[in-house]
Each structure stands twice: as structure tokens, then as C-alpha cells.
Design a protein around this ligand. Structure first.
Ligand code: ARG
Length: 458
């Protein structure tokens, strides 16, 4: 078959080369953006009198028909035509004749594909942001239900201090908030129109790039035609932002896996989101969070792939850059499906408040509260740390909780200890006294929840 670029070629392309170089199997998903971009381009060519009104009409009519055919599954994509761009253009030429052959005036596939990718990613980022906001709302509502639920907080996966479950959940809110901001920032750099850079040098024809930008709702136009066709920073930036989202979802998933184990028993995952074992009848496995945790790997891999594709490329466009699409598409699909499934599952999780509370009763979680009690009585912190450490050691020996020591037994460690210490060393008091800004006290967390519910943060 004669190629659109076949003029200077004496031989047909080798079949194996055709299938090796084709991006159609994956870039076909850009079709809607390709048509949208072409329509804006052609409208501009008409306004600039580069094409006649009649030619513009024919092209637009043809493009609309192609759009309908694709929507209705009637369009035949031909693998021989290399990519989605050539497929649509060839079909247009069949429909609109010589006018169709004018669509590609003052344009190259290099600026065309850069445009399509930006249009695609702009839409997709908006849906990722929507999913993030939905998950944030679920976290806020869950935190609202657990404003009094106390659990052990951990460092090094060792019990550290009592915290509110709501405070723990809102930590994820803040992580997602940074994710959202990163995507918003990424959007500002995606929103730069590359079309009109042509192959790499611009064009001799009197185009109006700002007009195309207005039609396609791009607030700005790229300044340098070489950069515009060489640049895939926005793909790398998005995948790295998505990689961080996956880190966050993976950490949440890891906690859900741990917490649903018999050892923790902090939560029960909904039956509808778990699976059984083919051999062990008693099993209920946390496959959803496990898979979210596992899928983070492919997004990190996609980032590495994109960095590697780009790192050695001379300016400007190189065919290597066709390899941007699969990592990008896979990242979009993965991050969206993971956000979605976690958001569906979270509200259905049963929290075992009793087990969480009991988890704070062992392991001397209020030792720091004892030390800070002594500090308030005037003892230097280092000494208070040592005295409390000795108390803990004594308790371990006696197999007692700190709060079960007799006042006289306590006084042996420091004369500064009075009966009032018992107001400070329960898990509830420990939490309630963490009033420093950002700390876990119910007062702080309620205030934060109020401001989040008012939408004060966004
Ligand atoms: N399919 C190509 C890609 O995805 C389109 C651009 C091809 N440009 C070219 N000069 N061969 O990158």
C-alpha cells in the first residue's frame, strides 16, 4: 500500500517493519483528541486564508463523519497506516478528496502527536484529580466517625504512643492533598500548545498559533518549536506524580493488610472485597490492597522506562518517543483503577475499636506522657527520660502497667511524682493532652475536620 509519505520511496515497506514500527494498537486511544486537534488546526488555516472556506467545510464534514464512524465502531483502522494520525488523515483524504490532502498543511506528526498527548493527559489528569477528591471525602467522613477511636500509633512498626484513628486517617488526606497539588502543577505545564511548531523549525506559512490555542483552551503557546516537539517532560512529570500517589496507596494498602491480620485484628475487610483460598477453607485474603500495593511497581517501572527513553535523545523528535505512550496509558489506567477500588472499599471496612484500644494498654505507650509530666514539674527532659525509663524497666520486671503502680512505688523513682500523675497516663488523657498544633488531640482533629468539611482547605 502506498504510504502518505511514500513519494521518495522505491520499495514497499517490509511487513515485519510495518508491524514493528506501528503504534496503532495503542495510540488508537488518542483518536478523539487527534480529531479535535485537526478541527482546530483546519479552522485556523481557514481563518488565515491558507485554505478556502469550501475546503475547510469539506475537511470538517469529513472529520465529523470519521468521528461518528469511530464512535459507532464502524471505522476500519488499518495497521498499514502506522498510527492513529495517518489512519484518520488517510480516511479523510478518501472522503474529502484533494481538500483532505490539505489538512496536514503547516503541521507535522511531531507537533500533532505532542498536541494529542497533551489533550489526552489534560483530560485524564482531571479525572485523576476527581478520584483523589472523592477518596479525600471518604477519609474525612470515616475520620468523622472515629473521632474518639483510640489506637496505638507506631514508629519502626513498634507501638509508640496512643493516637486517634481519625488523626491517622487524616494523615492520608494530607498525603493525597499534596498529590492533588502536584497534578494541578503538572496541568499548568501540560496546558501549553505545541501545535504550529511543525516538524521542528516552524513553518513558512502564515499560521495563527494563538487562535488554535484559544480554540483548544490552551492558556499559552510554546515559545520554542524545537523544544515543543522534543519535550516529554510532562509525561515524566505526570508518571512521577502518579508514582507518588501509588506510594501513598501502597502504604495505606500495607496497613490494611497488616491490620486485617489475626495478629493485629484492627479491621475486618468487607467480604465483597476479599477472596478465599482454593485449599484453606478458613481463609479470607486481602487481595485488593495487596494488588494495589503490587501495582505500584508497574508505575515506578513506567517512570524508569520514560526517563530511559528520553535521557540520550538528541533534539528534536526521535522515533524512540513513540515509546512514551504505553507507559503513560498504563500509568493512567493503573492509578485510576487503584484510587477507585480503594475508595469503594474504605467505607465498608469494619474497625474493631476494642482491639485498637486494647492495643494501647500494653507496651507502655504513655511513657512519654510520664516524662513530660516530670518536665512540667521542672525536671530536665533528659533526666525525666531516664527516670521514666527506669520506671518502665521496673514495670516490665513486675509485669505491671505504669498506671497500675502504687503512688508510693512511683515516688521511689522521683519525689516530684504526685497523685495527679494518674490524670495524665491513661491512653485517653495521653491523646487529649496532645494539643500542640497538628497533634492528635480530639480538639485538634475535630477542628481540622470542621475546616475540611467547610472546604476550607481547597
Ligand atoms: N506514531 C508516532 C509517535 O507516536 C507519531 C509521530 C511520528 N513522527 C514521525 N516523524 N515519524 O511518536
Amino acid at each position: 500500500m502506498k504510504k502518505l509519505w511514500g513519494g521518495r520511496f522505491g520499495e514497499e515497506t517490509e511487513k515485519a517493519v510495518e508491524s514493528f514500527t506501528s503504534s496503532l494498537p495503542f495510540d488508537v486511544r488518542l483518536w478523539r483528541y487527534d480529531i479535535e486537534g485537526s478541527m482546530a488546526h483546519v479552522a485556523m488555516l481557514g481563518k488565515q486564508k491558507i485554505l478556502s472556506a469550501n475546503e475547510v467545510r469539506k475537511i470538517l464534514k469529513g472529520l465529523k463523519e470519521i468521528r461518528e464512524e469511530i464512535e459507532n465502531g464502524k471505522f476500519r483502522f488499518m495497521p498499514e497506516y502506522e498510527d492513529v494520525h495517518m489512519n484518520i488523515e488517510s480516511a479523510l483524504i478518501k472522503k474529502a478528496g484533494p481538500a483532505g490532502g490539505k489538512l496536514h498543511t503547516a503541521r507535522s506528526r511531531n507537533d500533532q502527536v505532542a498536541l494529542d498527548l497533551r489533550l489526552f493527559l489534560r483530560d485524564e489528569i482531571k479525572s485523576v484529580i476527581k478520584l483523589i477528591k472523592w477518596l479525600q471525602r471518604v477519609l474525612v467522613s470515616l475520620a468523622g466517625k472515629h473521632i474518639r477511636t483510640i489506637m496505638p500509633g507506631y514508629t519502626h512498626l513498634q507501638k509508640a504512643q496512643p493516637v486517634l484513628l481519625s488523626h491517622h486517617l487524616l494523615a492520608y488526606y494530607d498525603m493525597l492533598e499534596r498529590d492533588r497539588q502536584r497534578l494541578e502543577a503538572c496541568l499548568t505545564r501540560i496546558n501549553v500548545l505545541p501545535l504550529g511548531s511543525a516538524a521542528l523549525a516552524g513553518t513558512t506559512l502564515p499560521i495563527d498559533r494563538k487562535h488554535v490555542a484559544r480554540l483548544l483552551k490552551f492558556p499559552s503557546v510554546s515559545e520554542n518549536s524545537i523544544d515543543a516537539v522534543s519535550d516529554r517532560d510532562f509525561v515524566i512529570e505526570f508518571i512521577s506524580a502518579a508514582g507518588i500517589i501509588m506510594v501513598h496507596l501502597s502504604r495505606l494498602s500495607e496497613e490494611l493488610v497488616l491490620w486485617s491480620s489475626d495478629e493485629f485484628s484492627f479491621i475486618e475487610l468487607p467480604d465483597a472485597f476479599t477472596t478465599g483460598s482454593s485449599i484453606m477453607p478458613q481463609k479470607k485474603n486481602p487481595d485488593v490492597p495487596e494488588l494495589v500495593r503490587g501495582k505500584s511497581g508497574r508505575v515506578f517501572g513506567n517512570l524508569m522506562a520514560m526517563l530511559t527513553v528520553m535521557k540520550g535523545l538528541p533534539l528534536s523528535y526521535n522515533r524512540d518517543m513513540q515509546e512514551d505512550k504505553e507507559p503513560l496509558f498504563d500509568t493512567v489506567d493503573t492509578v485510576k483503577s487503584c484510587l477507585h477500588i480503594i475508595t469503594l472499599m474504605l467505607p465498608k471496612i469494619k474497625f474493631n475499636k476494642k482491639a485498637m484500644k486494647e492495643g494501647t494498654g500494653r507496651a507502655y505507650l504513655t511513657a512519654t506522657d510520664v516524662a513530660e509530666y516530670l518536665v512540667r514539674k521542672g525536671m530536665p527532659f533528659r533526666e525525666a527520660h531516664k527516670v521514666t525509663g527506669m520506671m518502665v524497666k521496673h514495670c516490665i520486671g513486675q509485669k505491671k502497667k505504669i498506671e497500675s503502680l502504687e503512688p508510693s512505688e512511683m515516688k521511689r523513682f522521683s519525689k516530684m511524682i504526685g497523685e495527679d500523675i494518674f490524670h495524665f497516663i491513661t491512653a485517653e488523657a495521653s491523646v487529649e493532652n496532645k494539643k500542640s498544633f497538628g497533634g492528635t488531640s480530639g480538639k485538634n482533629v475535630s477542628a481540622r475536620l470542621r475546616s475540611l468539611k467547610k472546604g476550607g482547605e481547597k
